[in-house]
Design a protein around this ligand. Structure first.
Ligand code: NAP
Length: 248
């Protein structure tokens, strides 16, 4: 990562689930683009500290914030901690997610609530808390959704898919509600990594269903986040980065 000069005027981004594969790639990309970063974590403190150390060696200013995004009481505080620290906020990336199976015919109320809180209610609450700050900087929000928020075919994952579908709708809703000062967009990844326990034939079959015949990389997602962050004439868009899964 290129070294950069510390600056009190540098833009500030808050990235949830920052140490996850996509979160860390997004955080690195934003750091390369000159952002200071509030790195959110839920349970992965050590992993997030390692990311912070890596960024510190490139003189990127970072700050760790912790919250369980399935619990409403903890959500708002991470925007407050970030703005108290740096006095501004330019970008919110709602990246945190949980791939938890929820059998359709035996719905578990707690699992459904947890997934809807993480994928839909928390991103909304964070967006509302961030709004006055993003208004001042004419900043933006990028939500990380999933192509399965538009494809009703992921067996055993009704709560995951419907909560990501809600995040897609929320993206468009907030783009209207927060305009003209704040832009709101989403990136919808296809297969970047595979869920634990997927065997080789399952992976192969997913790849066969893409036009480009391969899985994507975290960096291909962070490049899409960067595009949506830096192009100031785009709002309300859901950018599918899925190797052509949708058209194939
Ligand atoms: N990887 C893919 O192929 C793919 C495809 C489509 C969409 N996506 C979406 O892309 C995003 C990142 O995916 P990923 O595969 O890189 O990461 P991941 O392994 O799914 O990890 C997601 C992150 O979310 C955080 N998180 C989960 N539950 C939380 C909670 N209750 N409170 C606070 N944080 C919580 C975790 O933080 P802690 O570990 O600190 O708790 C973790 O860093 C997710 O939204 C996912 O749905 C990924």
């Amino acid at each position: 990562m290129a070294r950069r000069t510390l600056s009190a005027d540098a833009p500030v981004a808050l990235v949830t689930g920052a140490a996850s594969p996509l979160g860390s790639s997004i955080s690195r990309k934003l750091a390369q683009g000159g952002f200071r970063l509030a790195l959110h974590f839920g349970k992965s403190k050590d992993k997030t500290l390692r990311l912070q150390k890596e960024m510190g060696s490139s003189s990127v200013e970072t700050f760790l914030v912790k919250a369980d995004l399935s619990r409403p009481g903890q959500v708002h505080s991470i925007v407050g901690q970030t703005t108290r620290r740096w006095g501004r906020l330019d970008l919110l990336v709602n990246n945190a997610g949980l791939f938890l199976p929820t059998p359709l015919l035996r719905p578990d109320w707690n699992d459904w609530t947890q997934l809807w809180n993480i994928h839909s209610l928390s991103p909304c609450a964070l967006a509302v808390a961030a709004r006055p700050w993003l208004k001042k900087t004419r900043g933006s929000i990028v939500n990380i959704t999933d192509i399965y928020g538009e494809l009703p075919i992921l067996q055993g994952h009704a709560a995951y898919s419907t909560s990501k579908a809600a995040l897609i709708f929320l993206t468009k809703f907030l783009a209207v509600a927060f305009a003209p000062e704040i832009r709101v967009n989403a990136v919808s990844p296809g297969a970047i990594s595979f869920p634990e326990g997927y065997d080789a034939p399952q992976k192969k079959s997913l790849i066969q269903r893409t036009a480009l015949k391969r899985q994507g990389t975290p960096d291909e997602i962070s490049e899409a986040v960067w595009f949506l962050t830096s192009n100031h004439f785009v709002t309300g868009q859901v950018l599918r980065v899925d190797g052509g899964r949708f058209v194939y």
